[in-house]
Structures are given as structure tokens and as C-alpha cells.
Design a protein around this ligand. Structure first.
Ligand code: FAD
Length: 811
């Protein structure tokens, strides 16, 4: 055993082996894998071995495609077989909503480059005669689906990594981890200590324990899962061809051929989180007790869907645990707050996702960032708000909903409310319908008297449509109030605050009392954030960005923070308040403060400390609604006081509350992008129009400068304006607006994709934002956007729908 390595990967399940393989493939051969027992000793050995590309996140789906396409290469390198069966798969739809779901998925796949098809019940029957198609309306066929041998595949990865230089130490549990002052780790194992520059937690069922060894809680939990293998069936063995996989969402089941019989696995609704207090260290190649009662109803359903099952004998039953994060996606990347400690766990579909996970992690370690945005599986998408119990509640819900329809307007109920602001009860009294993001409750909209206190999940315009429209109109015609707790906020102070910010941000820093908007870039020139920077006082700045990106941004800031003279604090929860927006916003503010808030005293993009009511507030003249507006921040404990000041004065101005749905509608008619929709690490400033906030040539060597200047130079060459650009469309929509990832068509070809959109209520237009090739940008040009399987005409426009000269915002 080596005494020093560059990377120690802990865990010899399929995921650890994928990581080891990719590290060596990308050029780091001085790596080892440490396994407690034999390879595949966690959840890997009892997996059903199915793989598929379906994932609601396009990059996750692409990485799943990468995983599947890699198996052939792996077999060639290792000389071992993965036992591949590329049989294709069908997801059944037995209701109009499920048809909408598969049509929406199919549309997304077009721009993801996945070759899926909607097929008829007759075609389903032809491909898989064992399906009873009564009540089936159609299906989504994916030719890439299939299954493999889990143990053979894991060993093939291990062998390929060894061929490329890695070492594997079996029967050697890691018992503790200790960090040295330089950030490297002493990994204590049964057979001695290994000094590793980096540690990867690929502990699967024991990932929680490996996290604790480094003092962190990783939000994941194991769940029990059962599948049955039948005896040989004539409906199977008399066929010449292997049957395709069938996913039956209504039955919460998946089914595939296994030899001459079938395997059916069930995502039980009556399900149990496993090993609440941790996974036994000596848990090994053993299964859990069967619990057929838990799947009785699902089996009865399956007997109707697949009649041949009813008379089939059961050869064996597998009940095993595997791990999930609250949203079902993996937890990958550098763990915030720790140096050189990498998470690679909660990979619940190892044979679909493992390759993409291993590739992304290896790129991240070796190149400093993954080659595409992987926020959907970044461990930093969760923060400290995730308690153990909340994690369990969400994991259980996710497991139950594994095969359910996910609606774009759906708010999942488990574990709520968790975090609330003091204003929560005020909104409740006003019939608020809440959503949740990053553990925090926020108002989506206010339900009028007599209407249900919930938004009914739908792919089409929902029951909330009119209420949201009224909120938008109230903002545009008088003044609206909405909470500003839903921003991530950071306080940057100290003698070197300006210098540091100038290096981290790619835009101009504001003068004292002023605000600028600025992109934050990665070294490769991709967007890492879109920030509002407020220069509040000498050596004091407030940064505002996406609430859900707090851990992402804190991890990034800390990576570049100098040792002295800059203090950085996340104040997202402690400094909250309200925004007021609309033509009467200034009159309302003036009625609540003795300070001068006239345009000359407080122009657009200025920030002031002032009294508002009894509170010492920070007031920013800026609004994401694109209207005359102010954000008013106070200490959290004074939020209620601030509310009453504004609400009492607001009676004279017809002040109305509005929620996040209205805010997103208002920003659409200004063509304002939003983080993780229009702006994310896949895109550059120039592609997104964020170049208007860049200070390309400033003296400071800001992060991403070389790449940004290269993009600028490339675009300045005659005929070269960059490959793609974010643009806006008016869509001739019916009762469904775009959500995200719909393909944009021109002359029968997919030429781009939607990033977000919806109904712009005040302008009374259905809007889509999305990327298309730069040379296609012509005012009024006709395109088509595929919404739920239907081609809808879409017209490109370049000036925003509301107040194109921004006279209202700057008034
Ligand atoms: C019943 C069932 C059916 C499934 N079906 C499928 C399917 O069809 N398709 C699919 O893609 N996925 C399926 N899965 C999920 C799949 O099994 C997991 O995604 C995958 O196994 C995760 O692999 P892993 O490497 O992350 O974790 P694990 O397999 O749990 O591996 C972790 C490894 O880390 C080692 N380890 C832990 N702690 C230490 C330590 N302190 N020191 C050294 N080593 C340590 C363990 O011994 C173990 O070998 C199924 C799971 C179950 C339970």
C-alpha cells in the first residue's frame, strides 16, 4: 500500500470505480481506491442493473447518455464484459396528464439530442405483447434503455482504472480522517495511514459515516427497495427477441426480462427510510427481510397491466437499501466549508448516472470546474437548513414520487414549513399560497376569497392564472409589496473589500451610495453568478444574488478569499425586508421616511441608509419587476414592524401584496433573465447579454478575464458575433405556456431551446426566452416552439414588451 497519493477514493461500489477510472483517464494516475470489504459490497451488488437516460435536467440527461455510451469503450479497455442488454424502454401513459408529461419530455429530448419517440398503444403491444394496453393512451420509447450486470460492470471499471495506473486496496476499512494544516488528509485504514492530497467520499450506504469522519452532514438517506424475479414464463422464453423495459408510472413499477423470466421492481408508497441512526459497519453482502405486504396493492395493479405475472412463480425477492438525496439527484463536488474533500454519493441510479458523475468529478478536481453546468447534482445545492429529519422527510417523498408526474408548477409538501420569516403569518392571514426554495417558504400568490388555497398542479395554465394577473396589474398601476427574503445576501467589509470584489466580479464596482450589476465568472469565462453590488458605506458592500445559490457562492467566495483585510458574511437570513414596486412606490416610501427620496436625492441604482418607520433600513432603488421600485432591508427581527409601517401608509396608495409568480411574470415582460434559467455556468456573458454589465478592460486581473477578452475579440472579428444568443419570443400559445427546455424550431429543424418563459400578464402575451444561433436574430422573424407536443408559432422581438426605454424604472 502506498503511503502517499494524490487522491484517495473511499468506497469500491460502482460509483467509486467510475471516479477512479475517470481520474486516471483524465491524467491523474497517482490515485487509489480503498474498500472496506470486496468491490460491490454496498448497494451495488444487489442492483437490478437497469439504465436509462430520462432526467428532467438536460445536463443530467446528457451525462446519463454519456454513461450508457461508455460501456462499450469500457469493455474494450478492460477486456471484461458488462453484460449489456440494449433492449430499449417504454414509459406508459394512461391519462391525459401523463400524455402531457411524456410529450413535454419528448420535446425536451429533441434539444438534448436524445432520440425518443411517442408511440401508440398498438405499437406498445407490438414491442411488448405482455402489456395489457387497455386504458393506455401512448408511451415514450427510448432506444437507449437497457440493463447490465452490476458486478461485472463495477469490476470492468476497476480493472480499466488499474490498467491506467490506479491501485485498489480491498478488505481495508477507513476508520478516521484527519486534515493537515495544508488541507491534505491523513486517511487512517485498518492497514495503515495513507496521506492523500484529496479525499473522495464514494461511501454509498456509508456516505453519512464518511461525512461525519470529516465533520460534515451530507443530506442523504438510504431507503429500502424491493424487486421480484419470476420463474421462467412461456410469454418470455418463446419469443425470439428480448422484451423492452416497461416503466409503468401508475403502477409505480419497472419491469424487464431476466433470462427466461421477468424482473419487476416497485417504488412502494408505503416505504421506509432505512438505518435511521447510521449504517452498521459490518453490514455486508446481505439482504433485508422481504415485505410483500408493502407491495401488495402495487402487485395487484401489475397483474392487471401484465397479466402473465399473475400466474408466475416467484424465483426470488430482493429487498435492499440504497441512498437518495432529497431531490433524487446525486451529491457531487467539493463539500462547502471543507478543503480537498469531495462528495460523490447519493447516486441512486448508479448504472445510469455513475459515468457522468465520475467524469464531472474528475474534471472538477483536475481542471478546477466541470465542463458543463452540474448544479442539478452539486452538493452545494443544499445548505445547512437541511436537518437530518427534513432530509428523511424529503427523501421519503422523493422515493414515493419516483415515477410520479412532476408538474412545472408543483410544490412538494413534505417537510414544510421548515424555514419561515416573521412575515409568514402575515401572509397566511392574506390567503397566501406558498412555495419553498432552499428550505425557505415564500409566497407564490394570494388566493382570492372563495378559491382553493392551493395551486393545482398542471402543465397548462393553472387555477392561479387570474390571481397572478391581478397581482401584476396592481404593481403596474399602483404599487405592490413583496418580500425580499428570497435573495442570497452577503456583506463584504474590510480595508481590502474593494480590491477583492474587483477581482471576483467582472463588472464595475459602484461608487459610494451607488449600485451596479455584475457578472461573476469562472476562469473559463462562464457565468458563476449575476450580482447586485451595493456600496453602502466606506469599505462596506452588500451583494445580492440567487437565494438557492448560497452554498455555491459561499464556496466560490471562500476559494478566492484572502487571509486578511476582507470579511465576508452570509446575511441572507438576518437581513430581510420588502420590495415595493409600481408607479406609486416613491410616494409610498416618502410617506414612511423623513429622508428625501426624490429622484434627484435617490436616483435609479442608488443605495441609502435611512429610517423607514422605526427601522434603520438599507434602501436600494432597484426592482426586478422593471418598474419604479425599492428594496428595503432591515434586521429580520424588525421585519414585522417594517411591514406595518408600509401597509398602514399603503392604504392611501392602494398597496397590494404580490407573490413570486407575479414577480416572474413581471420580469418576463422586461426580458430580465434569472439565475439557473438564463444565467448559469453553461453560458458566457456575451451569449446571455450580460456583456452589457462587464468591465472587460479594467486593470484588475479579474477571474475569467482572459477567457472573457478572448470571447470579445472573437466576436469583434468580421462576421463573427458568437455562436448563440439569448433572445425573447412572443408565443402564440393556447392554454399552456413554455416552462423550460422546449425546442425552438425554424424551417423544420431544431435550432435552439427555451430557458424559461410564461405568461406576461400586464402585456397580455405568452413569452419565451431562449437561445438561438446569432445569425438567426432578426426582429419579427418567425419560429415555432414545441409546447406539449404542439408546434406553436413564435415571433422574435428585440425590445422588451414593457417600458422598452426603462422610463418607468428610471423615473
Ligand atoms: C434493490 C435495488 C435495486 C436497484 N436497481 C438499480 C437499477 O436497476 N439501476 C441502477 O442504476 N441502480 C439501481 N440501484 C441503485 C444502485 O445500486 C446504486 O445507485 C449504486 O449501487 C450506488 O453505488 P455506490 O458506489 O454509490 O454505493 P455502494 O454500492 O453502497 O458502495 C459503497 C462502497 O463503499 C464501501 N465503504 C463504505 N464505507 C467504507 C469505509 N469506511 N472504508 C472503506 N470502504 C467503505 C462499501 O463497502 C461499499 O463497497 C438499485 C438498488 C437497490 C437496493
Amino acid at each position: 500500500m502506498k503511503s502517499h497519493v494524490q487522491v484517495a477514493v473511499i468506497g469500491g461500489g460502482v460509483v467509486g470505480c467510475y471516479v477512479l477510472y475517470h481520474l486516471t483517464k483524465l491524467g491523474w494516475p497517482d490515485v487509489c481506491l480503498i474498500e472496506r470489504s470486496e468491490l460491490t459490497s454496498g448497494s451495488t451488488w444487489h442492483a437490478a442493473g437497469g439504465f436509462h437516460t430520462l432526467n428532467s435536467d438536460p445536463n443530467m440527461a446528457a451525462l446519463q447518455g454519456y454513461t450508457i455510451n461508455l460501456y462499450k469503450e469500457l469493455e474494450a479497455i478492460s477486456g471484461l464484459t458488462c453484460g449489456l442488454h440494449h433492449v430499449g424502454g417504454i414509459t406508459l401513459a394512461d391519462s391525459p396528464e401523463r400524455m402531457d408529461f411524456i410529450k413535454a419530455a419528448r420535446a425536451k429530448h429533441r434539444h438534448m439530442g436524445l432520440d425518443t419517440h411517442i408511440i401508440t398503444p398498438e405499437e406498445i403491444k407490438k414491442l411488448s405483447p405482455i402489456v395489457n394496453t387497455d386504458g393506455i393512451l401512448g408511451g415514450l420509447y427510448d432506444p437507449l434503455d437497457g440493463h447490465l450486470d452490476p458486478s461485472g460492470t463495477t469490476h470492468a471499471y476497476a480493472k480499466a482504472a488499474q490498467i491506467q495506473g490506479a491501485e485498489i486496496y480491498l478488505r481495508n476499512p477507513v476508520t478516521s480522517l484527519k486534515q493537515r494544516p495544508d488541507g491534505s488528509w491523513d486517511v487512517t485504514t485498518k492497514n495503515g495511514i495513507i496521506h492523500a492530497e484529496h479525499v473522495v467520499n464514494a461511501g454509498g450506504l456509508w456516505a453519512r459515516e464518511l461525512g461525519e469522519m470529516a465533520g460534515v452532514f451530507l443530506p442523504l438517506h438510504p431507503m429500502e427497495h424491493q424487486y421480484l424475479i419470476t420463474d421462467d414464463l412461456p410469454e418470455v422464453f418463446t419469443r425470439d427477441e428480448e422484451l423492452p423495459h416497461i416503466m409503468d408510472p401508475s403502477g409505480e413499477s419497472y419491469l424487464r426480462q431476466e433470462g427466461k423470466g421477468l424482473v419487476i421492481g416497485i417504488y412502494e408508497q408505503d416505504c421506509d427510510p432505512w438505518a435511521l441512526d447510521g449504517t452498521r459497519l459490518d453490514f455486508g453482502h446481505e439482504l433485508l427481510d422481504n415485505n410483500l405486504d408493502r407491495i401488495g396493492d402495487a402487485l395487484e395493479f401489475a397483474f392487471k397491466r401484465f397479466p402473465c405475472l399473475e400466474k408466475a412463480g416467484i424465483k426470488s425477492i430482493v429487498n435492499g437499501p440504497f441512498t437518495f438525496a432529497p431531490d433524487g439527484n446525486p451529491l457531487v463536488g467539493p463539500v462547502p466549508g471543507l478543503q480537498n474533500y469531495w462528495s460523490c454519493c447519493a447516486v441512486m441510479a448508479g448504472f445510469s448516472q455513475g459515468g457522468g458523475v465520475g467524469l464531472s468529478l474528475a474534471e472538477w478536481m483536475i481542471h478546477g470546474e466541470p465542463s458543463r453546468d452540474v448544479f442539478a447534482m452539486d452538493v452545494a445545492r443544499y445548505g445547512n437548513y437541511c436537518t437530518k429529519a427534513y432530509t428523511r422527510n424529503k427523501v421519503r417523498e422523493n422515493y414515493q414520487k419516483r415515477f410520479s408526474i412532476s408538474y412545472p408548477n408543483e410544490e412538494l409538501p413534505a417537510g414544510r414549513p421548515l424555514n419561515t420569516t416573521p412575515a409568514y403569518t402575515i401572509w397566511q392571514q392574506q390567503r397566501a399560497v406558498f412555495g419553498q426554495g432552499y428550505g425557505m417558504e415564500h409566497v407564490n400568490y394570494f388566493a382570492p376569497e372563495g378559491e382553493p388555497l392551493e395551486e393545482i398542479p398542471s402543465f397548462r395554465r393553472s387555477n392561479a392564472f387570474n390571481a397572478i394577473g391581478n397581482e401584476c396589474r396592481a404593481v403596474r398601476t399602483s404599487v405592490g409589496i413583496n418580500e425580499v427574503h428570497n435573495f442570497g445576501k452577503y456583506l463584504v467589509t474590510g480595508a481590502c473589500a474593494s480590491d477583492w470584489l474587483d477581482r471576483v466580479m467582472a463588472g464595475k464596482l459602484p461608487q459610494l451610495g451607488r449600485i451596479t450589476l455584475s457578472p461573476m465568472l469562472s476562469p473559463s469565462g462562464k457565468l458563476m453568478g449575476d450580482f447586485t453590488i451595493s456600496h453602502i458605506a466606506e469599505n462596506e458592500y452588500q451583494l445580492t444574488a440567487s437565494f438557492g445559490a448560497q452554498d455555491l457562492h459561499m464556496r466560490w467566495f471562500e476559494q478566492y478569499l484572502p487571509a486578511a483585510n476582507v470579511t465576508l458574511k452570509n446575511i441572507s437570513m438576518s437581513r430581510i425586508g420588502f420590495q415595493i414596486a409600481g408607479p406609486k412606490a416613491r410616494d409610498l416610501l416618502a410617506a414612511c421616511t423623513r429622508f428625501n427620496v426624490s429622484h434627484s436625492a435617490m436616483p435609479f441604482l442608488s443605495v441609502r441608509k435611512m429610517e423607514v418607520g422605526q427601522c434603520d433600513a438599507i434602501v436600494q432603488r432597484v426592482s426586478y419587476t422593471g418598474d419604479l421600485g425599492y428594496e428595503i432591508y432591515v434586521p429580520a427581527e424588525q421585519q414585522v414592524s417594517l411591514y406595518h409601517t408600509l401597509a398602514n401608509a399603503g392604504v392611501a396608495f392602494d398597496l397590494k401584496p404580490f407573490g413570486m409568480r407575479a414577480m416572474m411574470s413581471l420580469r418576463l415582460e422586461k426580458s430580465f433573465g434569472s439565475w439557473m434559467r438564463e444565467y448559469k455556468p453553461d453560458y458566457t456573458p456575451m451569449e446571455t447579454g450580460m456583456d452589457r454589465f462587464m468591465d472587460y478592460h479594467k486593470d484588475t486581473d479579474y477571474i475569467g478575464k482572459a477567457a472573457a477578452l478572448a470571447e470579445l475579440a472573437q466576436a469583434a472579428r468580421p462576421g463573427k458575433t458568437g455562436k448563440r444568443r439569448l433572445v425573447s419570443f412572443i408565443v402564440d400559445a393556447l392554454d399552456a405556456d413554455v416552462v423550460a427546455d422546449e425546442p425552438i424550431w425554424k424551417d423544420g429543424e431544431v435550432v435552439g431551446f427555451v430557458t424559461s418563459g410564461g405568461y406576461a400578464h400586464f402585456s397580455e402575451k405568452s413569452v419565451a426566452l431562449g437561445f438561438i444561433p446569432t445569425q438567426m436574430i432578426v426582429e419579427g422573424a418567425a419560429f415555432e416552439i414545441e409546447i406539449l407536443g404542439e408546434m406553436r408559432p413564435a415571433t422574435l422581438y428585440t425590445a422588451c414588451l414593457f417600458d422598452p426605454k426603462s422610463e418607468r424604472m428610471k423615473a
